[in-house]
Design a binder for this molecule. Structure first.
Ligand code: PRP
Length: 182
């Protein structure tokens, strides 16, 4: 285990089970005629989950990417989202978009993105997250597919970072408080 990690919260084995379960749910829901499933990875944290999920889904998928950042932080956050990389495709009106996230915290990012993609004319928009911290919500939002609900702890790994580190850990771990309080 990484020396900065206090304990493993979601193990590699558990993540594998979650990915398989969600992939099966996606297969069930997107197997109909006329579907064009586009997995939309929200950079950077979702990249590991996205890579594993797209391998497990058996219905045809296309992939795309967006990168966003939010203004402000903590309780003062305004919820305004800044699009750094937009989805660049001309066929959105025929796309069934499934946004893939690593974690939902305040809910502002996904809430904004769903509205944004619908306004842009996507045929359908759903959401998928590996981790969910409902105790941190500031807006009313629930994802369509949830891997695991977790408590309000500082988690890293499997895409999630602290100061851009720890993203490559194969598990989700709780960071030692002394690492981020220094
Ligand atoms: C994280 C995460 C979500 C967002 C969730 O991204 O990947 O996009 O925060 O928070 P919210 O529910 O409060 O909106 P982050 O800004 O850390 O960027 P990163 O994925 O590049 O690490």
């Amino acid at each position: 285990m990484n020396k900065d990690v206090e304990r493993i919260l979601v193990s590699e084995e558990e993540i594998d089970g979650i990915v398989r379960r969600i992939a099966a749910e996606i297969d069930r829901d997107y197997s109909g005629e006329g579907k064009k499933l586009v997995l939309l990875c929200i950079l950077k944290g979702s990249v590991v989950f996205m890579g594993e999920l797209m391998k497990r889904v058996t219905v045809p998928v296309e992939i795309d990417f967006m990168k966003v950042s939010s203004y402000g932080s903590g309780t003062n956050t305004t919820g305004r989202i800044n699009i750094i990389l937009d989805i660049l495709r001309g066929d959105l009106s025929t796309c069934d978009i499934l946004i893939v996230e690593d974690i939902i915290d305040s809910g502002k990012t996904l809430s904004y993105l769903v509205d944004y993609l619908k306004l842009k004319g996507a045929k359908s928009v759903k959401t998928c997250t590996l981790l969910d911290k409902p105790s941190r919500r500031q807006v009313d939002f629930e994802a369509d597919y949830v891997g695991r609900v977790i408590p309000d702890e500082f988690v890293v790994g499997y895409g999630l970072d602290y100061d851009e580190k720890y993203r490559a850990l194969p598990y989700v771990g709780v960071l030692k408080p002394e690492v981020y309080s220094n």
